[in-house]
Design a binder for this molecule. Sequence first.
Ligand code: 5GP
Ligand code: ZN
Length: 112
Amino acid sequence: MDCIFCKIIAGEIPAKVVLRDDDVVAIEDVNPQAPTHLLVMPVRHVSNIDEMSPGTDGALMAKLIATAARLGREHGRDGYRLVINTGPDGGQTVDHTHVHVLAGRHLTWPPG
Ligand code: 5GP
Ligand code: ZN
């Protein structure tokens, strides 16, 4: 499968891995938009959040969010932002579900 995040998880493409267990991996974004910009993703390939359902993937969905929130707390100063871009209009450019963790500066709203 031609998925850049699967290749990173498999160790075929280098990345700065900040956390890894059997279910989730967190890496530093190669093009950071904040002092801390991490990507938390499932080890298993899932294209986007629309392909996950609470019935079958509830535990994994919860773990993705909980892990991202913990990293945001650990790296943030006074808050952080979690983002899940989904589909072309949502700005998703890598089709492997990932939660952006942005922290370390004041983030404006709304995003573009
Ligand atoms: P999306 O646009 O799909 O929400 O987010 C994809 C993110 O992956 C972008 O922020 C982009 O900078 C990051 N990214 C794309 N390719 C690579 C890569 O090869 N390594 C790392 N570490 N991040 C990547
Ligand atoms: Zn993948």
